[in-house]
Design a protein around this ligand. Structure first.
Ligand code: PLP
Length: 261
């Protein structure tokens, strides 16, 4: 049977992040990708040049159309932009008996552009995190969600516990933004206290555009295929490691990760 996944995220016209990264990743992993667009960005490897949100009713209609017709094995969210869109997504998913949900709490693009309004963070925590099977913050995103400063790995457990107190079932704190020059180590924590870490060699490259989207999309694809959350996370780490080490030197800025690595 063909596995189906749904991504609820923003469009990156440059094709390296957002919906485009998600659908390419689903395709590469043998999963049929469906999508609900939350915003259109005018973007290339140099940065985000404009953000054009979709009205919340349009986001709801897309999610409903997909969930009415397909047997969706897993859902992911990426750029959600506003509190209105977050509330619409949460209501739509709740009304449809929410499939396993991976939340990539996208906030700021590498170039500094805001992909989530400041006031939308409260809505994200209140309405969407309680539905999450897994939340995948990088360190700056974890600091915002946990409302604390993360100085070192010693702070990760406290940050994870604060995020899990929202009702999310698990969180993986991605170490890509840490100051460890040798390794990129991710820390997984489940609400019942189970935890593990996954370590990989840090790859020195500037071509990392879309890594977060690609990682969370790979986890979603693996869950939609019936893998356990742990298996999905471990296999997605292998996938993203290859995608980063084979990053594409396209455009004049941060090139995209390579989805068919
Ligand atoms: N654009 C969109 C639509 C995204 O969803 C994301 C990431 O989540 C980005 C841009 C940011 O990509 P990066 O920070 O990897 O450049």
């Amino acid at each position: 049977m063909t596995s189906v996944a749904l991504t609820i995220a923003g469009s990156d016209s440059g094709g390296g992040a957002g919906i485009q990264a998600d659908l390419k990743t689903f395709q590469e992993l043998g999963v049929f990708g469906t999508s609900a667009l939350t915003a259109v960005t005018a973007q290339n490897t140099l940065g985000v040049h404009g953000v054009y949100p979709i009205e919340a009713a349009g986001v709801t209609a897309q999610i409903q159309a997909v969930l009415d017709d397909f047997s969706v094995g897993a859902v992911k969210t990426g750029m959600l932009f506003s509190a209105d869109i977050i509330e619409a997504v949460a209501v739509s998913l709740r009304n449809n008996g929410c499939p396993p949900l991976v939340i990539d709490p996208v906030m700021i693009a590498k170039g500094g552009a805001s992909l989530l309004k400041d006031e939308a963070v409260t809505a994200l925590k209140a309405h969407l995190l309680p539905l999450a099977t897994l939340v995948t913050p990088n360190i700056p995103e974890a600091e915002v969600l946990a409302d604390m400063t993360i100085q070192s790995t010693a702070d990760y457990e406290e940050a994870a516990n604060r995020i899990l107190s929202s009702g999310a079932k698990a969180v993986i704190l991605k170490g890509g933004h840490s100051n460890d020059a040798q390794f990129a180590e991710d820390f997984f924590f489940r609400a019942d206290g189970y935890s593990f870490t996954i370590k990989s060699e840090r790859i020195a490259t500037k071509d990392t555009h879309g890594t977060g989207c690609t990682f969370s999309a790979a986890i979603t694809a693996f869950i939609s295929q019936g893998k356990s959350l742990q298996e999905a996370v471990r296999e997605a780490k292998v996938f993203i490691q290859a995608a980063i080490s084979d990053g594409l030197q396209l455009g004049g800025g941060h090139g995209p990760t390579n989805h068919w690595a």
